[in-house]
Design a protein around this ligand. Structure first.
Ligand code: FAD
Length: 624
């Protein structure tokens, strides 16, 4: 075997890995690659450089250049910033894998466990400009040639997972599929000096990964996260029923011509929705269409039209019952989504044949977004018998996205970077309370991030939050405010059980911070009472003309707004004034603009609840 032949063989094996189109196929191609080239994937700190040395054809050089550029960022300290730190990541979704990549660049030993062995979600994620830039930097185009070509700013969840899986493997991340996290196992009591540290109980229980001891665990297991100690905040909005549908894309010229419906434009096109309703009886609040591997549609439908069209059989108050399988006519749902898709694309898509989902069924689904969840805290630290464990959430586990807006992956990646930054601080020996306070300070920014208010200088982005959030105040939460997140068993050892802490033993329940809309309304009424032109009776239309918002600010800080000069008719102006003041003076990020408020009949309840709760949080302890 000549040198050339060896190079060609290595190149071919690597190409098979790069081109693999399934999760299992990727793992298999990777293991063949390692075996043939005699590379040890468990030698994580040398793996990437060994692989580079073994696969050196011109074709892969461009990929190495990209990954080297990333790896050379100063924050990683040449792959040594977190040397010796062992991390377990629960979940191989986009955010778990994205976190894995950062942690391995920092020099951590990273193990990912994923309960499934297929990446089967056709649904499409909207990418913000920074996420596109980020993924390009990881070689996205090399793994998926069609990545964000032209003006395309989206990707199917499965393609995204696939490319992140490949990058993770290249960087020495250890990945186990078909392994489900069950719970944390505390270090045993005997001999604190050499006793084993924190471990995980997994299913299947005999899996070797249950022997892995780790210092950091990241919950990236999606919206129903399994880690204890994270109280979920609920944001209850108006009833929101989302439907996703995927149709086969045959990539014909006719299909290529059809225009996408982007996630931003929909709110303004009232005529479209009126026409749709008149022609088909379908009543939607919004619709998004992305042409990707499939023709992907996501829409929010009004309940009455779902009832009228026989999609939902009986009307129930509780959404869970309303949308339960036995109350939904699947055939009618298929027709409903197809009809909406057909109308939305002006009947230009030649054949709307459903793509097939994970279960072998036509890929349509209906979800309830009436309540969205966010975790109250982003991290905590547990200490037991001399072993500390840093526990953090990322992705949907931390902050659930509203799919029609498609913010999931963009905010999810920001949280992945923030979590990696925290792990770095931890490895540098910062104190637990300092780390937690910083993490919670940064987390406060996450729900408000938009494409507009994060730094535009993507080239400078690193895991350091200061490179991404322009108005960062990493000490707005003080160490004494996060004491309850450092759980060392002293303050409430009586409640601690072996193998994980029951929720109740942790004092996370600052009751006052759970703002229910009812309480929020009462509070707002009290604050704005007696102001000219203000009568708050709800969390939507009462706020439209902007006077109530101005009053809310005025009653706290009268010097900021000259209330008497405000004109009730100037809806855009009043709202913009309030948004600007709130942002400048109280760091409350706006959720919309004055112009948009003026353009809409009434503000969206979910957005208003989100926005007004920020005032509640900010003002409730002040005398005003
Ligand atoms: P996820 O992508 O949910 O990944 C979590 C991973 O953890 C999964 O692979 C899961 O199998 C694994 N897991 C769960 N529990 C365990 C456990 N105990 N042990 C080990 N592994 C575990 N967003 C949109 O914007 N538009 C959409 O149309 C859309 N459709 C979606 C459809 C579905 C069915 C789902 C689940 C999510 C959808 N999302 C959608 C949300 C979007 O996928 C996420 O915002 C994005 O993928 C980032 O999420 P993540 O990595 O945090 O979690």
């Amino acid at each position: 075997e000549t040198e050339d032949e060896r190079t060609a063989q290595a190149s071919q094996l690597f190409e098979n890995f790069v081109q693999a189109s399934t999760c299992k196929g990727t793992l298999q191609a990777f293991s063949i690659l390692c075996r043939q080239l005699e590379l040890d994937p468990l030698d994580y700190s040398n793996f990437y450089s060994s692989l580079k040395a073994a696969v050196s054809s011109w074709k892969v050089k461009a990929l190495w250049t990209k990954l080297d550029k990333r790896a050379q960022q100063k924050v990683y300290n040449q792959n040594k910033a977190c040397k010796g730190t062992r991390c377990l990541i629960i979940g191989g979704g986009p955010c778990g894998l994205r976190t894995a990549i950062e942690l391995s660049l920092l020099g951590c030993k990273v193990v990912v466990i994923e309960k499934r062995d297929t990446f089967s979600r056709n649904n499409v994620l909207h990418l913000w400009p920074y996420t596109i830039h980020d993924l390009r930097g990881l070689g996205a185009k090399k793994f998926y040639g069609k990545f964000c070509a032209g003006s395309i700013d989206h990707i199917s969840i499965r393609q995204l997972q696939l490319m992140l899986l490949k990058v993770s493997l290249i960087l020495g991340v250890e990945i186990h599929v078909n392994v489900e996290f069950a719970k944390l196992v505390e270090p045993p009591e005997e001999q604190p000096d050499n006793s084993p540290g924190w471990r995980a109980e997994v299913r299947p229980s005999c899996h070797p990964v249950s022997d892995f001891e780790f210092d950091v665990v990241i919950g990236a297991d999606g919206r129903r996260n399994t880690l204890d100690g994270f109280r979920r905040k609920e944001f209850r909005g108006k009833l929101a029923i989302a439907i996703t549908a995927n149709f086969v894309n045959r990539n014909t010229t006719a299909e290529a011509k059809v225009e996408e419906i982007s996630g931003v434009a929909f709110i303004f096109n009232q005529k479209f929705f009126l026409d749709l309703k008149e022609e088909t009886g379908i009543d939607l609040e919004n619709i998004v269409y992305y042409k990707d591997n499939t023709h992907y549609f996501v829409m929010t439908a009004k309940k009455q039209s779902l009832l009228d069209k026989g999609v939902i059989l009986n009307d129930y108050i509780e959404t869970e019952r309303l949308l339960s399988a036995d109350n939904v006519n699947q055939e009618a749902l298929l027709s409903y989504a197809r009809e909406a898709a057909d109308f939305g694309t002006n009947y230009q898509l030649p054949s709307l044949d459903y793509a097939i989902n994970h279960y072998g069924q036509p890929d349509v689904a209906m979800f309830d977004f009436t309540s969205m969840y966010a975790s109250e805290n982003a991290a905590l630290i547990r200490e037991k018998h001399g072993h500390q464990l840093l526990v953090a959430l990322v992705g949907d586990s931390l902050l659930e996205p509203f799919w029609p807006m498609g913010t999931g992956c963009a905010r999810g990646f920001l949280a992945a970077f923030d979590a990696a930054w925290m792990v770095k601080g931890w490895a540098q020996g910062k104190s637990p309370l300092e780390i937690l306070a910083e993490r919670e300070s940064i987390y406060r920014l996450l729900p408000q991030t938009t494409t507009e208010n994060i730094s535009k200088n993507f080239e400078q982005y690193t895991i350091d939050p200061a490179t991404r959030y322009p108005n960062l105040n990493s000490s707005c939460v003080r160490p004494h405010q996060v004491r309850h997140l450092f759980i060392n068993g002293r303050q409430d050892s009586g409640h601690i059980e072996k193998g994980g802490l029951p929720r109740r033993s942790i004092n996370l329940s600052r009751r006052e911070s759970e703002v229910r809309p009812g309480r929020l309304l009462t509070w707002c009424q009290k604050q704005t009472q007696g102001y000219r032109g203000v009568c708050v009776t709800n969390l939507t239309s009462s706020w439209r003309n902007g006077l109530a918002l101005c009053a809310l600010i005025h009653c706290q800080r009268p010097e900021l707004i000259d209330y008497d000069t405000l004109n009730e008719e100037d809806v855009a102006g009043n709202n913009q004034l309030a948004f600007d003041m709130a942002e400048r003076e109280f760091s409350i990020q706006p959720v919309t603009t004055g112009k948009e408020m003026a353009a809409e009949a009434e503000p969206d309840k979910l957005l208003m609840v989100l926005y007004l709760s920020k005032f509640y949080e900010a003002f409730r302890n002040s005398p005003g």
